[in-house]
Design a protein around this ligand. Structure first.
Ligand SMILES: [Zn+2]
Length: 206
């Protein structure tokens, strides 16, 4: 039997999925690593998998090939090696590098988490500022933070809404927009800065 046959008959797709970091729940469902999945759309059976949202499906070798962007032969060899059913040499350096790279969907999900937490923190901050720095009388000069809150709050709320309620296309758009020109990093730094300022203001008043 060649490596394809050996791998397919001796490695359970579900075990392999779990081995490579896909969490399969007790109903056999998992978040699909091939699209920006929010509710588990992929069903992992003993001998194949199928995503009911994006249509990806295949056997255990396809799973690893798609997950890591490998040719099927490399994927089969990797499985054989990882599951100890081969006396072959360990994966080559190029292959190992390929394996260390995260799948696109995994990366997207991580970025989504980062965007969401930064936008949510910014939204909370602006909501707070809009109240805290609101002019008390019509003659009061507008505080910079109040102006900033009025200017940005609706937009930031809209982005947070999209990340919560949007479909995968809309969420991906928000993430890409936030990653363009380092917007996310700038926002994270800005939030850090504000936090430090607030902290030092707190110390001064004590
Ligand atoms: Zn899918």
């Amino acid at each position: 039997m060649n490596v394809f046959g050996t791998v397919k008959t001796s490695i359970n797709t579900r075990e392999a999925a779990e081995h490579y970091g896909i969490e399969v729940n007790r109903y056999g469902k998992a978040l699909c690593p091939f699209h920006n999945d929010r509710h588990p759309s992929m069903v992992v059976y003993d001998d194949h998998y199928h995503c009911f949202a994006c249509g990806e499906h295949g056997d255990v070798i396809d799973l690893v090939a798609n997950l890591y962007g490998l040719p099927v032969l490399d994927a089969a060899n990797k499985l054989a090696y990882d599951f100890g059913i081969s006396q072959d040499k360990p994966p080559t350096k190029e292959m190992q590098e390929q394996l260390n790279r995260k799948s696109e969907a995994q990366q997207l999900r991580e970025n989504e988490k980062l965007c969401f937490s930064a936008l949510l923190a910014y939204m909370n901050l602006l909501q707070e500022w809009k109240v805290l720095y609101a002019p008390r009388t019509p003659e009061d000069e507008h505080h910079d933070r109040f102006v900033q809150a009025c200017h940005w709050l609706d937009y930031v709320e809209y982005l947070v809404d999209l990340l919560i309620m949007g479909d995968s296309y809309e969420r991906t758009e928000v993430i890409n927009m936030m990653l363009a020109d380092g917007k996310l990093t700038k926002l994270q730094r800005y939030l850090e800065k504000v936090k430090k300022e607030e902290h030092s203001i707190g110390e001064q008043t004590i």
